[in-house]
Design a protein around this ligand. Structure first.
Ligand SMILES: Cc1cc2nc3c(=O)[nH]c(=O)nc-3n(C[C@H](O)[C@H](O)[C@H](O)COP(=O)(O)OP(=O)(O)OC[C@H]3O[C@@H](n4cnc5c(N)ncnc54)[C@H](O)[C@@H]3O)c2cc1C
Length: 439
C-alpha cells in the first residue's frame, strides 16, 4: 500500500485507482526553502500547485495539471518537546513512521484512523479520523502548523499565533498553502484493550448510545444483506500487554481479513448473485477476541483489498435512523454490496471545515470493491446522508458543491474569506476545490 504514483508517462494515480492526473511537472523538495522556491517558480510559469501525500484520497482533491509537489524528501521528526508534550514533524512524514518514532520515545498520539500509510499533511488536510468518544480526528490533535503560502513566504500558526489560520488550516483541503511541518500533541505511551465481538444489527442500534457512552472508542461494521455486525471497543488499560499472537494475528488480520476477503470480493464481482451468501459467511468468519497493545497497533490494521469509498458525518443523534434507512435501501434496491459498512464517531471540534466542526458526529462509510460499479449504491446512500445534513469526508467520493457546503458548515464563509486573503490568485486551485469551495 505504498505511494500509488505511476512513473509511466508522468501520470499520477490514486490508491483507489479512480483518479488519475498528468501534472506539467513533479518536484520533490528537500527543504522548506526548496519548496518555497518551487511555489514561486510555478507562479512565475503560470502553473497551479498541489502537494500530494500517498494518494489515499478517493476524490480528485490532490489532482493537478500544474506542479505536483511530492512528499518523500520532506520527512522525519524535527523536535520532541517534553515540557509542552508536542512533536513537530516534516509534512511528508508517513503516519507509520511518526507512530513508530513516538513509541520508541515512549510517546503516542491519542487517536488514529484505520491505517497509517498516509502522510501527516495529507491525512490532516482531509480531516482523517478514527473513532472516539472524547478524542477527535488527527487534525484535532494539531497544536501548530507551518505552511508556505501563495507568495512563497512561510507562515506559522497556532492557537495564539495567527489563530484564524490555525482554525482553518488544520483541515485545509490543500487550499490555503503547502504545509511544511506539523506540531501534534502527544502523551505518554499507553495501552489499549480491544474487544472485538460479533453482535446483531438490531442490538447494536438499540444499544448504540450505551455502547458509545461506555467506551472510549467504539466502532462497528455492518455486513449488507445480513443482520450481522462486528463491533470493536478500545479502552485504556493498566495492562499487562497482551498482543494478538503472531499466528492468530496472521490468520485473522492477513489470511481472513485480506486474503480470503480478497477472494470473496473477486467471486462477488464475477457473480453478483452470490454476494448475499458470501456476506453471510464473511460476517461470521471473525470470532470474538480481546487483546491489549500500544495504541497504533490497536487502532490500525493492514488494508490490502482495494476499494472505493464514500463516507459522511451525520449528527450523532441521527445515526440510528440513518443506518435503518441505509439497510432498508439496500434490501429493497436489488443492489449487491460485498463490502461492510463502517460506523465510527467523533466529538465536536473547533476546526472550520472539519466534518465534526461544532457538532457531535457519527460517520457512516460505504465501500465497493475496486472494479465493481459503485455509482448506484453511492447515489442512493448519499441521498440518505444528505437528508440528515451529512458532511462528506473531503477525501472520499461525494457529489456535493459549494452551495451545499455553505448550508451544512456554519463557518464556511470564514474559510473562503481566509482563502481569498491567502491565495487571491488561486495558485492552489484545482477542479475539486473549484467545485467544493467555489471559484
Ligand atoms: C485504505 C484506506 C484507508 C483509509 N482509512 C481512513 C480512516 O480510517 N479514516 C479517515 O478519515 N480516512 C481514511 N482514509 C482516507 C485518507 O486518510 C485520506 O484521504 C487522506 O487525506 C489521505 O492522505 P494522503 O497522505 O494519501 O494524502 P493525499 O490523498 O495524497 O492528499 C490529500 C490532500 O492533502 C493535500 N496535501 C498533501 N500534502 C500536503 C501538504 N504538504 N500541504 C498541503 N496540502 C497537502 C493534497 O493536496 C490533498 O488535498 C483511508 C483511505 C484509504 C485508501
Amino acid at each position: 500500500m505504498s505511494s500509488t504514483a505511476s512513473g509511466k508517462n508522468g501520470t499520477w494515480r490514486n490508491w483507489g485507482g479512480n483518479v488519475c492526473a498528468r501534472p506539467a511537472r513533479q518536484v520533490a523538495p528537500a527543504s522548506v526553502e526548496e519548496l518555497a522556491a518551487a511555489v514561486r517558480r510555478a507562479a512565475e510559469d503560470g502553473l497551479k500547485v498541489k502537494a500530494v501525500g500517498t494518494g489515499h484520497s478517493f476524490t480528485s482533491i490532490a489532482a493537478t495539471d500544474g506542479v505536483l509537489i511530492r512528499p518523500q524528501l520532506l520527512t522525519g521528526i524535527r523536535t520532541i518537546d517534553r515540557s509542552s508534550m508536542t512533536v513537530t514533524v516534516e509534512a511528508g512524514t508517513p503516519l507509520k513512521r511518526l507512530n513508530a518514532a513516538l513509541a520508541r520515545e515512549g510517546l503516542s498520539l491519542a487517536n488514529m484512523g484505520d491505517i497509517m500509510e498516509q502522510t501527516v499533511s495529507g491525512a490532516t488536510s482531509t480531516g482523517t479520523h478514527g473513532t472516539g468518544r472524547e478524542s477527535g480526528s488527527i487534525s484535532a490533535q494539531i497544536k501548530g502548523l507551518e505552511l508556505v503560502t501563495a507568495d512563497g513566504s512561510v507562515l506559522t500558526c497556532s492557537e495564539k499565533e495567527n489563530p484564524e489560520v490555525f482554525a482553518a488550516a488544520r483541515t485545509g483541503l490543500g487550499a490555503l498553502g503547502i504545509i511544511t511541518a506539523i506540531t501534534f500533541a502527544v502523551e505518554p505511551l499507553f495501552l489499549l484493550t480491544a474487544r472485538e465481538e460479533p453482535m446483531p444489527f438490531d442490538r447494536v442500534l438499540a444499544e448504540f448510545d450505551q455502547l458509545w457512552a461506555e467506551n472510549e472508542h467504539f466502532e462497528f461494521y455492518w455486513f449488507p444483506h445480513t443482520d450481522n455486525t462486528n463491533t470493536k471497543r478500545n479502552n485504556r488499560s493498566a495492562g499487562p500487554e497482551q498482543p494478538v499472537g503472531q499466528l492468530a494475528g496472521w490468520f485473522e488480520d492477513e489470511f481472513l481479513s485480506n486474503g480470503v476477503f480478497q477472494v470473496a470480493q473477486w467471486v462477488g464481482r464475477a457473480a453478483p448473485a452470490t454476494v448475499p451468501a458470501i456476506a453471510q459467511i464473511s460476517s461470521k468468519a471473525l470470532s470474538a477476541r480481546t487483546y491489549t497493545d500500544i495504541p497504533y497497533k490497536v487502532f490500525t490494521s493492514p488494508r490490502r483489498v482495494r476499494f472505493v469509498e464514500m463516507e459522511y458525518a451525520v449528527p450523532r443523534a441521527a445515526l440510528v435512523e440513518t443506518l435503518r434507512e441505509l439497510k432498508a435501501m439496500v434490501e429493497r434496491s436489488g443492489l449487491r454490496v460485498s463490502f461492510p459498512v463502517e460506523v465510527r464517531t467523533a466529538p465536536a471540534d473547533d476546526i472550520t471545515l472539519s466534518t465534526a466542526s461544532g457538532r457531535d458526529s457519527a460517520y457512516v462509510a460505504v465501500h465497493m470493491f475496486r472494479g465493481t460499479p459503485y455509482q448506484a449504491y453511492f447515489t442512493a446512500a448519499e441521498r440518505i446522508f444528505t437528508a440528515h445534513e451529512g458532511r462528506p469526508h473531503w477525501g472520499k467520493v461525494h457529489t456535493r458543491d459549494a452551495e451545499y457546503f455553505a448550508r451544512v458548515y456554519p463557518r464556511f464563509g470564514e474559510f473562503t474569506a481566509l482563502r481569498d486573503r491567502l491565495d487571491p490568485e488561486r495558485l492552489f486551485q484545482n477542479d475539486y476545490l473549484r467545485r467544493v469551495l467555489g471559484s
